[in-house]
Design a protein around this ligand. Structure first.
Ligand code: PHE
Length: 434
């Protein structure tokens, strides 16, 4: 049993799980604040362009690679050519590095659910956020708790664990998101919020913004480290990749927009700057919840929604590295999950302490948490996407065929794959390194 490679039970389960992977903290936490920083509607336009025309291509390529070679990310690259194995190894490592900071945020989410559910609600969230993180034990224990809540599903297995978790959590997530976005639209700042999102101010256009939009698009679609290769590897033969990519991109984008529609009216109603940055969701927003009716209900729904989004993305991150151990070392799923649990734990330790005890320990002038975030999103993921794109464009032609199908549109996509994407991604990497 253990050695037989699992498959998705249905197309719908596959799509829900891939949407679960794509829709995560990237959409709800990162997207609004990055959009806030880069001026709103103009960023949204560039972002939509990046998602539809640039990132759809590596997304299709990664799913196709998995579907054709039916293995973990390392073996997929090795099967294409043993020289390429290194890219798979980098992907597998990235899949352990991302959880080491992503899951720390997961721990904060649990903390917020807990305070809004049963604890006394603090009056000043910026002070609260600092105190919470200055304590060495609580954030770390919550990170471990979040890790346990996530790893349990790949530990159980693809069909009974991963699929089930996604099939339950994603619809709940969707309902809560629509509820909150609908509520936000009834607030007095709704118009201003919507104007900020949809009425472009072209003076805000900048080169840096274009890169931020591309980085965000790669991150939100889980491209460049093997998660989509791994999920693609459980696909049945008859699945059409191009169609799956349209569906996936549609949902991921709708969720990001709804997240904006949910957050900006709340922000503008309360006169907070949308440029509050990474702390928007953990400091500004909870502070605003205090002034709205039904504080606890609102806040609990919001943080539960964030929790589900983070878990379903976390599952795909962990599955990527767990599959490597299962496939390459013929280890059982349970043993692989245990080893990955330990590896993530080891890295999450300094990452979680970055906000307290270890703030002064810097790598390239960054705390360990920021360093992990930086190297994964700005270097490893664009690099991983570049590798996938060059290999599919120039070495293994069967991949593009599987990814795009046939016809004129497929030829256009192949042209973009070969000639447009590599220079664009190289530019991101170079600028990202500065
Ligand atoms: N796409 C996820 C998000 O938006 C993050 C992620 C990245 C998940 C890479 C898996 C792999 O939060």
């Amino acid at each position: 049993m253990e050695n037989k490679r699992p498959e998705w039970t249905s197309y719908i389960s596959f799509i829900i799980a891939t949407i679960g992977s794509a829709v995560g903290l990237g959409n709800i936490w990162r997207f609004p604040y990055i959009m806030g920083e880069y001026g709103g509607a103009v960023f949204l336009l560039v972002y939509l362009f990046m998602v539809a025309l640039i990132c759809a291509i590596p997304l299709a390529v990664e799913l196709a690679m998995g579907k054709i070679y039916k293995s973990d990310v390392v073996s997929v690259y090795e099967k294409i050519n043993s020289r390429f194995k290194i890219f798979g190894i980098i992907g597998g490592i990235t899949a352990v590095l991302i959880p080491a900071f992503y899951f720390v945020v997961g721990g904060w989410i649990i903390n917020y659910i807990w305070i809004f559910l049963i604890n006394d609600i603090p009056a000043d969230f910026s002070a609260y956020f600092l105190t919470m993180n200055a304590n060495p034990y609580i954030p770390l224990s919550l990170t471990v708790l979040f890790l346990l809540c996530t790893i349990i599903f790949p530990f159980i297995g693809l069909n009974k664990g991963i699929e089930r978790a996604n099939n339950i959590m994603m619809p709940l997530f969707g309902i809560m998101l629509i509820l909150l976005a609908g509520y936000a639209l009834t607030l007095s700042g709704a118009q201003e919020g919507l104007r900020f999102m949809f009425k472009p101010d072209f003076s805000k256009f900048s080169g840096e913004m274009i890169l931020a939009a591309l980085g965000q698009a790669l991150f939100t679609l889980s491209i460049g480290m093997g998660a989509m290769i791994t999920y693609g590897s459980y696909l049945k033969k008859e699945v059409n990749i191009r169609k799956s990519v349209y569906t996936l991109i549609f949902f991921d984008t709708v969720v990001a927009m709804l997240a904006g529609i949910m957050i900006f009216p709340i922000v503008f109603t309360n006169g907070i700057e949308p440029t509050a940055g990474a702390t928007l969701v953990f400091i500004s927003l909870p502070q605003i919840f205090l002034s709205l009716p039904f504080t606890r209900v609102l806040a609990v729904i919001f943080f539960l929604l964030l929790f589900f989004a983070a878990i379903t993305s976390g599952i795909s991150l962990l599955e990527t590295s767990i599959a490597c151990l299962c496939d390459r070392f013929k280890m059982s799923r349970k043993k692989s999950a245990l080893l990955i649990f330990l590896a993530v734990l080891l890295l999450a330790l300094p990452s979680s302490l970055s906000f307290g005890l270890m703030t002064d320990i810097r790598i390239f002038d960054k705390t360990f948490f920021d360093f992990l975030d930086y190297i994964t999103s700005n270097i490893l993921m664009p690099f991983g996407s570049l590798a996938a794109v060059i290999i599919a464009g120039w070495y293994a032609k069967n991949i593009a065929k599987e990814a795009f199908g046939e016809g004129n549109f497929a030829r256009l996509l192949t042209f973009l794959l070969k000639f447009v994407l590599p220079p664009v991604l190289i530019a991101v990497l170079i600028i990202g390194l500065n």
